[in-house]
Every structure is written in C-alpha cells, then in structure tokens.
Ligand binder design. Sequence first.
Ligand code: SAM
Length: 249
Amino acid sequence: MSDRSHTEILRSEFERAAENFSNRTKGRFDKLGVVDFSRVDDGAKVLEVGAGTGNFLQLFAGVAGQLVGVDLTPAMLNKARMAFPEMDLMVGDGARLPLGSGSMDLATTAQTLHHVWEPLPVLKEMRRVTAEKGRVLIVDQVGTERYEEVLAMNELDVMRDPSHASSRPPSALRTLLRVAGLRIAAERIVDEEHRLSDWMPEVEFPEDRIEKVKGFIDAHGDATGMNFARVGDDYIFNRRRMMILAERA
Ligand SMILES: C[S@@+](CC[C@H](N)C(=O)[O-])C[C@H]1O[C@@H](n2cnc3c(N)ncnc32)[C@H](O)[C@@H]1O
C-alpha cells in the first residue's frame, strides 16, 4: 500500500473517531507509571509523535517545561487544543518531524507505531530530534512471538480499524530501535483485560463492522493469542502493551 493512500485512510478513520476517542481511551495509561518509567527531568521538553487528543502527552504536564505534539490528523489535534491549550501542537508526519535536531529532551510515541507501515523513519526522526543525553519512549500494543498469532491479531485489528498497519512482536520492536541507532535502557510488558463493547463502542463504530469483528472472533479468536472469552453478548480479551525507554547509541 502506498504511503499516500494509507495516510488518507488514517485521516478519515481518526476524523471519524476524534469525537469519542478521548472519552473511550481516558485512563488507559494510568496503571503504566509512564512518567516514572521515562526518567524525565523537571522542566524537560517532551514531544509526542501521534499525540492525537493529547491524553498521553498530558501525563507529563506536572513535570515538563514544554509539551509538543505532532500528529497527521488535524481533527484529533483540534480536540487536544480544546482540552489542553498550553500544548504546542503541529500537524505533521512522524517520518518528517518539523523540529530541530537535538531540540527535545524526551521524544515519545504512544499507541501510534502500529498505525505506521514503516516505523524505522519515524524512530530515526525521534532519535534525531532528541538531545544527546535525551531519551526516546515507545508505548505500543504488541502481539505474541508466534508468527501465526500476530497475523491473526493484525487481521482482526485491520477489520476493526483499517488505519491499523501492524502490531509487532516485542522482539521486532527491540530490533527496530537498535537499527534506528537507539540503545534500550528499560522495558516493561503489561497485560490488561478489555471488553469488546468498550473497544468498539456503537457511538464510534459502524454496526456492520462490529458484527464482522464478532464473526471473526467467533471463528478465529483463539488463533490471535488475545485470549478471547465470551461473556453474554460481549467478549473479554487481553491487550498487551510494551513500554521501551531508549537512549542514543
Ligand atoms: C491511536 S491514536 C493515539 C493517540 C494518542 N497517542 C493516545 O494514545 O491517546 C494514533 C494517532 O497517531 C496519529 N498518527 C498515525 N501515524 C502518524 C504519523 N506517521 N505521524 C504522525 N501522527 C501519526 C493518528 O493521526 C492518531 O491521532
């Protein structure tokens, strides 16, 4: 798929999702202890690539001196602007950051790399804009290390949201960081139980898509490694997230 058509799909999905996105995802990072994990210093300049409606970047509000967000979807940033007027927000692509080299102390990206087909240019850009003693923080959903399970998980994720590119196994994220010139300083994997009805609320997703996803779960849910279990009309499942803190190698 060309980069251009994926960007169009991504913008149209997130334009539709923007209204409900912040509500649906509120609190999803609360248990991760992201700020402590990032080792960020008081007064730091913190960037988020794929800042969306700003909920993740806002976690750093108590410690950062400046919060900078870059995102491809204007509708998502408009929501962030309304909620967090003190943030510096720019429409842009993570693969071509509109920022000077070495200008940030901490470059983060949360729940965004799995929307990117080619994450290496984004990681290299995050490294470029990070100061020599700065750090890069990745938070993203990951699959298992079983190839077939990751394929099935991605088939389901793309069915739910066509702007999804690929969730990767933890080993792939580690390799990508190393190739981007980053050295891993810390990592953590966190499993959380979710409900399909919260993941695909009727206010945000077309009904036929919800039905298609339910059909896929009934037929292939066991193959995804996400531990789907039916609860009445709903399903519970496991979402695995990985946090990686890295330094310039
Ligand atoms: C799932 S949302 C996550 C938003 C926010 N990080 C959060 O967790 O609340 C993904 C965001 O990444 C943005 N995005 C995807 N690819 C991008 C890229 N290459 N450059 C900048 N933003 C991107 C999308 O527009 C969307 O707003």
